[in-house]
Write a protein that binds this ligand. Sequence first.
Ligand code: NCD
Length: 378
Amino acid sequence: MSNINLSEIKVIKIDIIFKGGLMERNSLMKSVEKDWEKFLLIPISEKLQYFSRDGRIYDCLFAQQLDRDILTHLFKVADVLRKITKNKEGMRFANGLMSHKRSMLYFVQPSTRTFLSFLNACHILGIKTGEIRDTSISSELKGETPEDSVRTFSSYVDLIIMRHPLPNFVEKSAWLMNKTKRPVPIINGGSGKDQHPTQALLDIYTLYRSFNGEIDGKTIAMVGDLKRGRTVRSLSYLMKNYRNMKLIYISPKEFAMEKDILDFLKRHNISYYETDNFEEGIREADAIYMTRIQDEHDKNGESNKVDISAFCLNGNHLNKIKKDSIIMHPLPRRQEISVEVDDDPRAMYWRQERNGMWVRAALISYIFGCDEDILKYK
Ligand code: NCD
């Protein structure tokens, strides 16, 4: 007879159960990962259905989801909303539209504007908001996966707005969420270097407002770090909705636009050219869209090796660009637009920020189906 005592047997048993549970969990996670990898490979045009409900966008993840009709509709809703909320009665009406809803802003990558504009957009519609901006004080520090964290938020709220450094993470969250019994919509507030659809939405809304609704036929120069900037990528996708657009990509060769976007433009017959001659490129543009160097994506200090001084807009350029052009920037800026440009009537970036809040409120109202109430408000 061996002399193993009972408590040892208990420990061995618990260990087996625990390890067994872990193995089961691991193999389950592996099969979910496999499904996800398969899903990721599906062309975006084919998977849009998965992120729509009853013919409208449910999860707003990609700029490719925004077609011309939706854009025009959202511009109208945003225009009405900003007008009616100028007085107390109208604001009270807007505040009542979604006062029964709660949202979570999960912004685990630096953000000032996008965070504040979504926060205020929610508040305009009466949505109560919660936020996580730092994973070091969330349960992710205890080993919870970000996927489990997202699932946890959905237990408490009706909408998740998310910014994440990992490419495709926002899409994966929406994909996982749609498999659960209590999905909530997810809006992409910026993911990795790949997409920033609501920035593109506010950028195109800014073009719409600046050019009295006439976007067709405009020439847009995009300047700076085109390779790693998600805003210029998402905005480029939206060009397919408009006729006779012309794009000028101005950048140092090291930061030229990626091939997948250039292929997209070719497929959709959108005319573009690439140049590293800033002064020449901005001359014929109706809109000059400046961006900063995205050095957070550096692997080997590549940003410091490139001289970007020739890709900066200053007071001397103001009489060389079109009189009725506009100057845009998703912000934050560094030296690529000098402050002396701020007072020029063509500087649109501060208004662009504000446009973001209104058009994001319009998007949220649309996802929840109270957009028509806004349009009907007298
Ligand atoms: C942009 C971003 O986060 O991609 N900022 C923003 O959302 N307004 C651009 C940038 O950070 O350069």
